[in-house]
Ligand binder design. Structure first.
Ligand code: XMP
Length: 548
């Protein structure tokens, strides 16, 4: 398979680069920016050496952005990338039919490439941030001439180009924005083509991947499924595999994959009903798993344990920690009850973005921006140390998981399902969580979601399908209202609906006001305890998606 390698220097958008490349139908893999590339480059460190093993279908390298500066202690890539070759493509490299390895530097990646090859990089008098105009004079191999709006975020700039480079594109302030090597297939961008609101971003990445690197479109979910299936059979052998199911898309697709690859007796599925789930969630989960052929779904009812642990707690961090700790305690207790042999594997539906968000990502320099994602527990850590963890989705983005789920026959209802946080309704009931509040929120949330599913969106599908995540939040305050002739105090409910690519940034869904008004009326008419409904119109950043 053709592969684009992305060297991660710690930018928050590195994973978006990978995603965009895969959307083009080409496999992209992200590794640490300073990784030793000896094996990957296949001995290509001897430039033009006849007989030097060609890299294994590596077609090009992208150097990501970084919060660091090249003149301080920014991570340095394996310098062999600058003298490596790939096969074919009719390039003009000294290796005959071999040609220099195509490189694309993005932001810090461009500065790095320039610095490493003898150019200069210095701090900008003022950061260039957000939408910035870029003008390219003369067509280049990755973008045509003209002016477009790019997306930038940098405090350093190239002040002197390394020998061999030109800068046909400049930012509105005159700094190099598109840099091209005169002979080698090396390009640099001072902006982020991977960000959706960067005009021409997709076109530039496609030109690099197809025209410059000569990649074929051979990354498909069918191919991935077969590779992972074979890998699972080989890795698990005859040992039992235990998967903890949350009810969401990821763990369900992971379960479907396990059940497709291994005999059902070998697959142990465990699900905890914490009492903090959505309406009818447990019944649905059970049905889904059985439909996928699960023989041993173990449903643990632990609502009482969670609600008593949460009693009196109002601090969001304390609530989260209590839930996390109890989750681990019950998990350990229940796993012990299964009495599996020590050689069992623990499977998880971890996604690529979960790893990034928890700072455990590919790229040890990925800055920690979240600590609350559920990718670790003593059990997971122990199994990881033993090399007995199976994470069959850890290279996939959410939309890829959905595609894979459909291929595996997971119900559309589950595949389309919006994400739901591990701590469940507890982070959507602000302040103290009680059984009554859970019941109120569950009802209101179910009505909201049901309405979104039955109302048409602007693009032909339902509103639910146009929205990336929607839910209701119960606020810790009551507000006055009238019921008949009496004044009555009811709870205030906030509705949240956002569009997003991956939850890392989010925009407010722009409802037709009529939809919101009708949904609000239905909620207040049906759930008597709720007296008032509001709509949250905050984007992320600065707000987060959840309220706690
Ligand atoms: P925030 O609120 O951080 O949420 O903008 C981003 C995405 O992550 C989900 N989320 C969580 N998922 N455990 C999870 O498994 C959590 O503690 C958690 N907190 C937030 C959130 O629903 C959104 O999709």
């Amino acid at each position: 398979m053709d592969k684009i390698l992305i060297l991660d220097f710690g930018s928050q958008t590195t994973q978006l680069i990978g995603r965009r490349i895969r959307e083009l139908g080409v496999y992209a893999e992200i590794i640490n920016g300073d990784a030793d590339l000896g094996a990957i480059l296949g001995g290509a460190d001897a430039p033009g050496t006849p007989g030097g093993a060609p890299p294994d279908r590596l077609r090009g390298i992208i150097l990501s952005g970084s919060p660091e500066s090249v003149y301080r202690q920014g991570a340095v890539p394996d310098k062999r990338i600058y003298s490596a070759f790939i096969d074919g493509g009719g390039g003009s490299g000294p290796g005959g039919s071999r040609r220099p390895l195509p490189l694309l530097g993005i932001c810090y990646g461009l500065q790095r490439m320039n610095w490493d090859n003898g150019g200069k990089v210095e701090p900008l008098p003022e950061r260039e941030y957000g939408r910035v105009g870029v003008t390219v004079e003369g067509d280049t191999a990755i973008t045509k001439s003209g002016t477009f709006t790019a997306w930038m975020s940098h405090g350093d700039t190239v002040t002197s180009l390394a020998p061999g480079f030109t800068a046909p594109g400049r930012s509105a302030s005159g700094f190099p924005a598109v840099v091209v090597h005169r002979e080698k297939p090396w390009f640099g961008l001072q902006f982020h083509p991977e960000v959706t609101h960067c005009e021409r971003g997709g076109e530039i990445l496609a030109a690099f991947v197809f025209t410059i690197c000569g990649c074929e479109k051979n990354w498909t979910m069918e191919a991935y499924m077969e590779t992972v299936r074979a890998g699972l059979i080989q890795k698990a052998g005859n040992d039992p595999v235990l998967l903890l199911i949350s009810g969401g898309v990821d763990s369900t697709v992971a379960a479907a994959l396990l059940l497709k690859a291994l005999p059902p007796e070998q697959v142990h599925l465990m699900y905890m009903d914490t009492g903090l789930m959505r309406k009818d969630e447990t019944i649905q989960v059970k049905g889904t798993l059985e439909k996928l052929g699960a023989k041993r779904p173990r449903i643990i009812m632990c609502e009482d344990e969670f609600l008593s642990a949460l009693k009196g707690l109002t601090d969001p961090e304390e609530k989260r920690k209590t839930i996390g700790d109890l989750f681990i305690t019950i998990q350990e207790r229940e796993v012990a009850r299964l009495a599996l042999p020590g050689s069992y594997f623990l499977a998880q539906g971890t996604l690529y973005t979960d790893l990034i968000e928890s700072g455990k990502g590919v790229g040890k320099k990925a800055h920690l921006i979240k600590s609350h994602h559920n990718v670790g527990s003593p059990l997971v850590d122990a199994k990881r140390r033993e090399g007995r963890i199976i994470e069959p989705l850890d290279r996939l983005y959410k939309d890829e998981v959905r595609t894979l789920g459909r291929l595996l026959g997971v119900d559309e209802e589950v595949v389309r399902r919006h994400p739901f946080p591990g701590p469940g309704l507890a982070v959507r009931i602000l302040g103290e969580v009680t059984r009554e509040k859970c019941a109120i929120l569950r009802e209101a949330d179910a009505i909201f979601i049901q309405e979104l599913k039955r109302r048409a969106g602007s693009g032909g599908g339902s509103l639910y399908d146009e929205i990336w995540q929607a839910f209701a939040v119960l606020l810790p305050l009551r507000s006055v209202g009238v019921a008949g002739d009496v004044r009555k105090y009811g709870w205030v409910l906030a509705l949240r609906a956002i569009t997003s690519a991956d939850g890392m940034t989010a925009d407010v869904y722009p409802f037709n006001p009529r939809d919101l008004i009708e949904i609000s009326t239905r909620i207040t008419n049906t759930v008597k305890e709720i007296g008032r409904v509001t709509y949250d119109i905050s984007s992320k950043p600065p707000a987060t998606i959840e309220w706690e």
